[in-house]
Design a protein around this ligand. Structure first.
Ligand SMILES: Cc1ncc(COP(=O)(O)O)c(C=O)c1O
Length: 339
């Protein structure tokens, strides 16, 4: 099996342990049946599969409405627009996330105002309280850990959009103005290509978002096939996390859907190389802070975001991992950090 690693496609030998697999939460046959159903239907965008998925996902997330989109980024940009963002509007967001979080703000015409994160990588309430007043707040449920929105709402009275692109199965009631999901193939609920969605209880947001929304029927059908298995797959990830702990490999992520399993490490690039040489793929998600990628004009120190960004690796994490493999990865990891 090969992998796109850095700038090239690298062949990996027999027994190589990949960082993610994208089979569960639905066995291949069900996914193939869903794809064939769409091929036979001749309807490839915004058809019955999209409608059925929107209904199912709104229901699953405890929201009144869902709009299927082409990606998580598109969902975020559309949510900002539907909620009336104007050029230059400030958007409070954490300094640590995937770069698309900040890119979506800028694409929608907003200006990011960054806030440091806590030791779990989530927007730090103390920093958020001290930040300038912003029209929008965009908390990110990073690595599938749910940000508690209660304190934020009371304190700031801003428009809240959740970046739930990593939080499948965690957002079960929508308390914000809109929550945005990505169904990128490696997500806990992943399509066979790009897809995303907005869930909201606000009819006006729904109507506006719907105007330009496009979702592939194939992606909607695949997601529908996978959705019934999502909770079980998330439970299996939790078990994998539990095994890592049992074998002495602690993550700074202690709960959630374990989209990733990040672990603090002194020299991430070296760990990555040594683990790869030992037959285990390891990642770094994300080796940057957002203010460095998408500058906001404000120069501030984001100590905790920097610590997590520069001193971690992410270990293999997917539902199909068994205990023996997790034990093996853990032993290799201990060996590697002791070198
Ligand atoms: C936190 C976060 N925000 C936004 C996105 C963007 O989603 P997409 O890749 O579907 O555009 C992702 C996807 O990886 C993400 O993890």
């Amino acid at each position: 099996m090969g992998s796109f690693h850095g700038f090239g496609w690298i062949e990996r030998g027999e027994g190589f342990i990949v960082i993610r697999r994208v089979v569960l939460p639905a066995p291949g046959e069900e996914v193939k049946r869903a794809v064939n159903r769409v091929l036979d239907s001749g309807r490839y965008v915004n058809g019955p599969e999209t409608i059925a998925f929107e209904e199912a996902w709104a229901d699953y997330c405890g929201a009144k409405y869902c709009v299927g989109m082409g990606s998580g980024t598109q969902a975020l940009v559309t949510a900002f627009r539907a909620l009336g963002i104007e050029r230059g509007d400030s958007v409070l967001c954490p300094a640590l996330s995937f770069v698309a979080t900040a890119e979506a703000i800028v694409t929608a015409g907003g200006t990011p105002v960054y806030c440091d994160v806590d030791s779990r990588g989530l927007m730090d309430p103390d920093c958020a309280i001290r930040a300038p007043i912003c029209k929008f707040v965009l908390p990110v449920h990073l690595y599938g850990q749910l940000v508690d929105l209660k304190w934020m709402r009371g304190l700031m009275g801003a428009i809240f959009i959740e970046d739930a692109c990593q939080a499948h199965g965690q957002v079960r009631t929508v308390k914000s103005d809109a929550a945005c999901f990505s169904f990128y193939p490696t997500k806990n609920l992943g399509a066979l290509g790009m897809a995303g969605a907005i869930v909201t209880n606000d009819e006006d947001v729904y109507e506006k978002a719907k105007e330009n929304a496009i979702m592939d029927e194939i992606q909607a059908a695949v997601l529908l096939a996978k959705l019934p298995g999502l909770d079980e797959a998330n439970e299996m990830r939790k078990e994998v996390a539990q095994w890592y702990r049992e074998f002495g490999v602690e993550s700074f992520v202690e709960e959630g859907n374990y989209y990733l399993y990040p672990v603090l490490a002194d020299d991430p690039e070296r760990v990555k190389q040594v683990m790869w040489d030992a037959g285990v793929e390891v990642g770094i998600h994300y080796p940057y802070i957002l203010p460095d990628r998408v500058p906001s004009g404000m120069i501030k120190l984001y100590t905790q975001a920097l610590t997590l960004a520069f001193w971690h690796v992410t270990l293999p994490m997917y539902p199909e991992l068994d205990r023996a493999t997790v034990k093996h990865i853990s032993e290799e990891f201990h060996r590697c950090v002791a070198l």
